[in-house]
Design a protein around this ligand. Sequence first.
Ligand code: PNS
Length: 159
Amino acid sequence: MIAIYPGSFDPITLGHIDIIERGAKLFDRVIVAVLSNPSKKPLFTVDKRIEQITECTQHIANVKVDSFVGLTVEYAKLHHAGVLLRGLRVLSDFEKELQMAHTNKTLNHDIETVFLATTKEYSFLSSSIVKEIAQFGGTIDHLVSENVAQDMYSKYQNQ
Ligand code: PNS
């Protein structure tokens, strides 16, 4: 079974990597799919995010990194995936995630959303929090992979 792990990943955090590692044990292949959303102004370009994710998931054999535009279920169908993988951190995630899962089910009944509970130590972690800390000069080494931390430090140093 192929699983798609869709998201913004701006940037990928250790919490995301934890979900990818665990998903890769459950599914034959996990495709990490970066949403290219023209209405958002991301910190990193889609290409940069693909490069970052590729580097920090290179230890997992059955992971592929890609980007997509449009509906996640359409992308999943195109790649013969039966599952959308998502991480659940805290109760506040639940409402949005359930809405997305139900919406996707109405769009394609054959694709299931599978949630993995985020590992406890990353339950507070989000890309937004990482950006906020880095923006104000804080340390993010314990929250993201080394390559992403370096990219973040350079980004904010140059601003
Ligand atoms: O990392 P994020 O920002 O929480 O990921 C959200 C994402 C990319 C999974 C979601 O916005 C998405 O699937 N967008 C693609 C458009 C789509 O399929 N919309 C219908 C389902 S809500």
